[in-house]
Ligand binder design. Structure first.
Ligand SMILES: [Zn+2]
Ligand SMILES: [Zn+2]
Length: 447
């Protein structure tokens, strides 16, 4: 090993140690998109796709896997040109490996990335393999064996070792079809029952961002937001939404400019005026993000909550109660008849702090019992509730709002991360609260 290579590897190790492993989704997405956007210009490339946990839209990402293909008849020089171009990208801090089929680098964020170049006929099985998850593949191998087939790193085959006969696949759908099942979206490849559902044709049609009809849980300058209600409303209309659910903080959240009852009523006058002006284009809902106090009582009295179109209830204080107390506190809030939505139910900050220790299964059970929804907070540092719990809540019939928790115009952009988590939680459009039309939503909240 040459001195330069040794230094490169040591430098790579130092970066990795410094950044300690995992990254929030948007960091990985941005790094991957920068490389993908550059590579896609190369004439040698036939297909190019991000794989790995980023493609599966996990809440955090450890490293980036990208798979690309050249024409089957292309020579080694084509791969060489791709690898030369890739390893010269300005966002690369260190090269930890460079070969004809695989190169490994450390990106500016400290994240590791592998690029693989294969013949185009191998692209589907390579992409499939490197998309994972490991658990999904283990379950898939079991399915293949039961059909006297074999799936491994090299592709899909009829028969068992050593008598393998390749099954030609032009895309990933062919792989699943050959195994007697429907195509499984990357988000679902986590061994959460997707293989059985694909065999029986019961996979959900996953929700898309275009299914959303409005935004709930939005802040304005009335509390700690940076834009006025009018500005947030105009942004919603520009984005094609039918409604805007205002949910500024309640009085206990003094640090966030929480509203007293008087201020809340003044806000309602402004909303009434704007609703008159925007009639037929946008409906602004009167809501609150009401603090859940230490004992589980809400920060506003019931007669105040009764004046609102909807109530988001959230914990912003006393994070350190015992699990039993925290769970009781949350369940008491859920049993308040005016509560419609629980905001960021565990309070976790991904790679920052663990959530409040509460029994989320008991919380979901209580929410189902009282007809309360639990949000997916779409902020990429929250993505709370967790997608594994989203599936559990959905299986029990909960309508789940995907909420931006926007505090500024650009805050609506994060909704797509929430969509990723909703898809990982098996949600179709009809499972999501804010895919409802305005009238249906208002009726839902009344009930
Ligand atoms: Zn909050
Ligand atoms: Zn909020």
């Amino acid at each position: 090993m040459g001195k330069r290579r040794r230094n490169n590897i040591l430098q790579g190790i130092a970066f990795l140690a410094h950044h300690a492993g995992r990254f929030q989704y948007p960091v990985a997405e941005e790094e991957a998109e920068r490389i993908r956007g550059a590579l896609v210009e190369l004439p040698e490339i036939v297909r190019l796709q991000v794989a790995g946990s980023l493609r599966r839209r996990r809440e955090t990402v450890k490293d980036i896997d990208m798979v690309t293909s050249v024409a089957d008849e292309a020579g080694d020089d084509a791969r060489g040109r791709i690898m030369d171009f890739f390893t010269k990208q300005p966002s690369i801090q260190a090269i930890t490996g460079k070969g004809e089929t695989k190169s490994s680098v450390i990106l500016g964020s400290g994240m590791a990335m592998d690029l693989r170049v294969v013949k185009d006929s191998q692209f589907p099985s390579t992409l499939h393999h490197f998309t994972g998850s490991k658990e999904h593949h283990i379950a898939l191998r079991r399915r293949a064996l039961s059909m006297n087939m074999t799936i491994n790193d090299y592709g899909l085959f009829k028969g068992k070792e050593p008598n393998l006969e390749p099954v030609p696949c032009t895309n990933e759908s062919d792989i699943y079809a050959a195994l007697g099942m429907a195509y499984i979206e990357p988000e679902l490849r986590e061994d959460m029952g997707e293989i059985e559902a694909a065999v029986h044709g019961t996979l959900p049609k996953l929700v898309q961002q275009s299914d959303l009809r409005g935004m709930l849980h939005v802040h304005s300058t009335w509390s700690d937001g940076q834009n006025t209600i009018r500005e947030m409303a105009e942004e919603c209309m520009a984005r094609g939404y039918q409604y805007l659910g205002m949910a500024d903080h309640s009085k206990a959240a003094a640090y966030a400019g929480g509203l007293t009852e008087d201020r809340l009523r003044q806000q309602h006058e402004e909303i009434d005026r704007l609703n008159e002006e925007f009639a037929g284009r946008l409906h602004i809902l009167k809501g609150t993000e009401c603090d859940i106090l230490k004992d589980g009582v809400l920060d506003y009295a019931d007669d105040v909550l009764a004046e609102l179109d909807f109530v988001v209830a959230s914990i912003h204080s006393n994070f350190n109660l015992s699990p039993a107390e925290q769970t009781q506190r949350m369940i008491r809030a859920i049993s308040n008849p005016y509560v419609d939505i629980i905001g960021h139910p565990t309070g976790r900050i991904l790679l920052g702090r663990a959530g409040y220790t509460l029994d989320m299964e008991a919380v979901i059970d209580a929410a189902i019992e009282h007809g309360v929804c639990i949000e997916i907070n779409a902020h990429p540092s929250r993505l709370d509730m967790d997608w594994r719990l989203v599936k559990r809540a959905r299986d029990r019939g909960m309508k789940i709002p995907i909420n931006s928790d926007a505090h500024a115009l650009a805050g609506f952009d994060v909704i797509r991360y929430g969509i990723g988590i909703a898809r990982k939680g098996w949600l179709s459009a009809s499972d999501v609260l804010n895919t409802m039309e305005t009238e249906a939503l208002l009726a839902f909240f009344k009930k």
